[in-house]
Design a protein around this ligand. Structure first.
Ligand SMILES: Nc1nc2c(c(=O)[nH]1)N[C@H]1C(S)=C(S)[C@@H](COP(=O)(O)O)O[C@H]1N2
Ligand SMILES: [Mo]
Length: 301
């Protein structure tokens, strides 16, 4: 079902010139195989992705279990114990159970992927993730016929998570994807940043990354993955269904009820850095638009 995503850009490829040559080679190599569309050959996609610094990525975070300030997670997330770690995989799978993280990792291929990141609050950054495809994990557990959705839960351990004393969201933090979104080769389970283990504040030891959706879909510190035939509840939708829909695809044409989503402020350029236009599906339109063919994206926002 899932096809491996063949664009293997690394940090060595970030200058525009290298990126261009690299992409042309990729395109040439794939054209014969009929997979060229997976790479995305728009002018926008060819723009160089200059990653934000490790420092920026690890210090400006959202992880409400540790507080609602952007600096709270980096200050308090060290309180969270991430060893040992296991993930319960249940619901409509052939092999439900508690999987020890090291057993999962021994089965997975870890690679580096540089992805655009776009928060619903309109800031953005570029992140070099290390991780594996969620599709590989789901296939390992054996997705049953009839499963249509995947839901995720974050660790809920109040003694190590001072932010959970405040009922800003219903805990545990929950997110969900449609099965085809979950199986898409761009959908990553991240285990690291810049080749280093994921900092706790960024969702150690295992967090979701869905680059064409707003950042809040990228649930952190995952302890449970459930397959079902029903659309699952999600924390932000439960908290405010008018502002946060199930899909939450990055879409410059559908505004958040309280602000425009047409442009973004790239982090790291200083507060006077120019806003830039937000791209449809965060720049991954060629890869993912077909998932939503025929859907009214204003209704399913
Ligand atoms: N468990 C959990 N996951 C979470 C959040 C959270 O509060 N709790 N915040 C989300 C939001 S709003 C964003 S923008 C991203 C931020 O990821 P980062 O801090 O690694 O940049 O994490 C998402 N995942
Ligand atoms: Mo966010």
């Amino acid at each position: 079902m899932a096809r491996r995503w063949t664009n293997d850009l690394t940090r060595a490829d970030i200058t525009p010139e290298n990126l261009f040559v690299n992409r042309r080679q990729i395109m040439a190599g794939l054209a014969g195989a009929g997979l060229a569309g997976l790479v995305g050959n728009t002018a926008q996609a060819q723009e160089a992705l200059e990653p934000n610094s490790f420092e920026d990525i690890a210090s400006y975070c959202n992880f409400y279990e540790f507080g609602t300030g952007k600096g709270d997670p980096s200050q308090y997330a060290h309180l969270m114990t991430t060893e040992p770690w296991s993930v319960k995989i249940d619901g409509m799978v052939d092999k439900p159970g508690d999987y020890a993280l090291e057993d999962i990792l021994s089965e997975m291929t870890i690679e580096e992927r540089i992805y655009r990141f776009r928060c619903v609050e309109a800031w953005s950054m570029v992140v070099p993730w290390n991780g594996f495809e969620l599709a590989d994990l789901l296939q390992m557990a054996g997705v049953q016929e009839g499963a249509k959705y995947v839901s995720f839960e974050t660790l809920y351990r109040p003694a190590e998570m001072p932010g959970t004393a405040v009922p800003v969201l219903e805990w545990p933090y929950r997110e969900g994807l449609r099965l085809d979104e979950a199986m898409h080769p761009l959908t990553l389970m991240a285990t690291g940043l810049y080749g280093k283990p994921l900092p706790n504040q960024n969702g150690a030891p295992l967090r979701l990354v869905v680059p064409w959706k707003y950042g809040f879909k990228s649930i952190k510190s995952i302890v449970r993955i459930t397959l079902s035939d029903q659309e699952p509840p999600t924390s932000w939708n439960m908290a405010n269904p008018r502002e946060y829909g199930f899909y939450s695809n990055v879409n410059p044409n559908v505004n958040h009820p309280r602000w425009s989503q047409a442009s973004e402020r790239p982090l790291g350029g200083g507060i006077f850095a120019k806003r830039k236009p937000t791209l449809m599906f965060n720049g991954y339109e060629e890869e993912v638009a077909s998932l939503y063919e025929g859907m009214d994206l204003r209704e399913f926002f």
